[in-house]
Write a protein that binds this ligand. Structure first.
Ligand SMILES: [Zn+2]
Length: 171
């Protein structure tokens, strides 16, 4: 992993044939420590491709060949924690995918899914696993109520049938 603002020593050791004078070199070192110039600009100044003022004008996030921001962001991105396979923009999730963890936690509560250690840690810390438990309980309750209603309706239907049969027999 390379950092945008790594210590300048790594760059200076290999730049033994400096094309700049000592004063500029010290000013350049100060500039990178203060994060006024980017690592790429730093090297460019050392190599005499641009001067210190140009480097400062480019700022800390850009070098002579363009902005370095994009590279930085890619470095921080990772696979989305929900397991969808998308890369994130630097956080744990692709946009909106943290909500998918409730669904995943529900599957876990029902014993239908195995969560990774990191996913487990997340759903516990965020309270999503508690939410998932409540939702699964409610859903189970609803399912049982619906089953009970259906059974009750069936009993009544059979009761009416038996009643009709009895009346027919009486005629
Ligand atoms: Zn995802």
């Amino acid at each position: 992993m390379t950092e945008q603002n790594a210590t300048p020593e790594t760059a200076t050791t290999e730049a033994t044939e400096q094309k700049i004078d000592g004063r500029t070199k010290r000013a350049l070192d100060t500039a990178i420590v203060k994060k006024q110039v980017s690592q790429e600009s730093y090297r460019a100044v050392l190599e005499g491709r641009i001067d210190l003022k140009a480097a400062k004008d480019l700022g800390r996030n850009a070098g002579p060949s363009g902005p370095a921001v994009r590279v930085d962001k890619n470095d921080r991105s990772r696979d989305c924690l929900c397991g969808c396979g998308n890369r994130t923009r630097g956080g744990r999730f692709a946009p909106g995918h943290d909500q998918r963890m409730v669904t995943l936690a529900k599957a876990h509560v029902r014993g239908e899914a195995d969560l990774t250690d990191e996913q487990m840690e997340y759903v516990e810390a965020s309270g999503k696993v508690d939410r998932a438990r409540l939702q699964v309980e409610k859903e189970e309750q609803k399912r049982q109520e619906a089953a009970a209603k259906k059974a009750e309706a069936q009993r009544r239907k059979e009761g009416r049938k038996a009643e009709a049969k009895r009346r027919n027999a009486e005629k």
